[in-house]
Design a binder for this molecule. Structure first.
Ligand SMILES: [Cu+2]
Length: 130
């Protein structure tokens, strides 16, 4: 009696745990593959011939979501978009006027994060995640 019960006791939890682990992996990979990426858009534009801005600023985004960020250079000058750590992703250095670049990343936890153009000192923006 006692031996049989411990025998079942050993088998069933392992089988159940294995099934749960497989189910968790399947659910996790499915939800990643199927969850649509959040579309964000930010542009660089000219305030004057020598003063450039990002807009919108702040740029809002949901926390912990895969996003596709479209960077549109609406300016007459080349610019770039660099999202600083912990996001740590960037376009190429010179995005010509009128061109668009796409960046993909997962947003961090709620907070404010800076992005900059490394060509123009002081050209910065804020990603507001919540
Ligand atoms: Cu710039």
């Amino acid at each position: 009696m006692v031996t049989q019960r411990t025998g079942h006791g050993r088998l069933l939890p392992h089988t159940a745990l294995l099934a749960l682990a497989i189910a968790a992996i399947v659910v996790a990979s499915c939800s990643n593959a199927l969850s649509p990426r959040v579309a964000l858009r930010v542009q660089a534009y000219d305030l004057s011939a020598s003063e450039f801005l990002f807009g919108p600023d702040p740029l809002g985004a949901p926390a912990l979501k895969p996003v596709t960020l479209e960077f549109v250079n609406s300016s007459a000058e080349p610019h770039n978009l660099v999202l600083l750590a912990p996001i740590d992703t960037r376009t190429d250095h010179d995005v010509p006027p009128g061109q668009t670049r796409m960046l993909e990343f997962v947003t961090p936890a709620g907070g404010t994060y800076r992005f900059v153009c490394t060509i123009h000192e002081g050209m910065t923006g804020t990603l507001l995640v919540r």
